[in-house]
Design a protein around this ligand. Structure first.
Ligand code: NAP
Length: 302
């Protein structure tokens, strides 16, 4: 089955595979030169969506990721005019010890957006996402804060992340066309009915679904899908990595889905973009999906 190699985030067309840029400054021993090699390899391969957040950086150094990403995009010898950078606010990170915190108050979101603009070297954030609902602030209030940033001209497009079906409905109700995407995790181990329900809802609302941690997160990525026979069989039959098969399965799930795998190595992002050219048969996709669905249903029961 062939899949669309380009997808949309609102009015912007991007390659079907994005890059979760968090990883470039998250891995032990990361360097600015290594980050640049990976970002440039991603651009060479056709990646046009880069995902960051104000909290990303090595532990204890939030904000570093945005700055490094901006530098690496600026040093690319080719054009980056059609690149979309998405960042996020509403999370805080302190340390050491590494501690994550939430702040969904409109006044914090405004301050955070301005700080992100400065680190990214932009006059306006092309795509700003509310990182996670803050349980101590009514969600509608945080969304109102995001709408205000749009009205003020600080933010052009809005996304929400880590939301439920109902929270996505509320976001769409409050933000209307200003909302262009939802960002939630989906991986072979994270494809429960709730996640698939949000994906279907996003498709119905005409929103992009940015699928983060498609390999289950950095620490689980090596073993992604090892326990799934249909996935291993397809990888062997096509002579490709399991990671590529995971992404091909995700791309086939919905035309609005854009996986944003993390990568610190150029080899990883090149392999991932090649998933757009991997043609799995309908039977292979059905077998993989059935096995993943059963595994998730079994996990839910435990
Ligand atoms: N919205 C949120 O709350 C949220 C939360 C978490 C993450 N995210 C976003 O999603 C992105 C991705 O999530 P993640 O980093 O948690 O997990 P992930 O994408 O599931 O895993 C990343 C790891 O996968 C490895 N990998 C990637 N492609 C590979 C390949 N083809 N073969 C072998 N290994 C491969 C990478 O290895 P190498 O490093 O060796 O290349 C990397 O360490 C983040 O960078 C971030 O932008 C968002």
């Amino acid at each position: 089955m062939t899949v669309d190699t380009h997808r949309r985030i609102g009015d912007v067309e991007v390659g079907a595979i994005g890059l979760g840029a968090m990883t470039i400054t998250q891995v032990d021993g990361w360097t600015r030169a290594g980050a640049e090699r990976t970002i440039h390899a991603a651009l060479d391969a056709g990646v046009r969506y880069f995902d960051t957040a104000d909290t990303y950086g090595p532990p204890g150094r939030p904000g570093v990721n945005e700055g490094v990403l901006a530098d690496c995009l600026a040093s690319y010898p080719g054009s980056t005019e059609d690149v979309l950078v998405g960042t996020k606010g509403g999370h805080l990170r302190f340390g050491p010890p590494d501690t994550w915190w939430l702040d969904g108050r409109p006044e914090h979101l405004r301050k955070a957006a301005i700080a992100s603009m400065q680190r990214l070297g932009l006059d306006e954030l092309p795509f700003y996402q509310l990182h996670r609902p803050d349980p101590s602030v009514p969600f509608a209030e945080s969304l109102g804060g995001m709408a205000a940033l749009h009205s003020e001209g600080l933010v052009r497009r809005i996304g929400v992340s880590n939301v439920s079906y109902d929270q996505l409905s509320l976001a769409h109700h409050i933000l209307g066309d200003r909302l262009v995407a939802v960002q939630n995790p989906i991986a072979p181990d994270l494809a429960d009915p709730g996640t698939i329900g949000v994906l279907a809802h996003a498709a119905k609302l005409g929103l992009a679904f940015l699928a983060y941690s498609p390999f289950g997160g950095r620490l689980m990525a090596k073993s992604a899908g090892t326990h799934l026979d249909a996935l291993n069989t397809a990888a062997e039959r096509h002579g490709v990595s399991r990671h590529r098969v995971v992404l091909a399965w995700l791309l086939a799930l919905s035309p609005v889905l854009i996986p944003i795998p993390g990568a610190s190595r150029p080899e990883s992002i090149r392999d991932n973009v090649a998933a757009t050219r991997l043609e799995l048969s309908r039977n292979e996709l059905q077998d993989i999906h059935r096995e993943i669905t059963l595994a998730n249903a079994y996990q839910e029961k435990q």
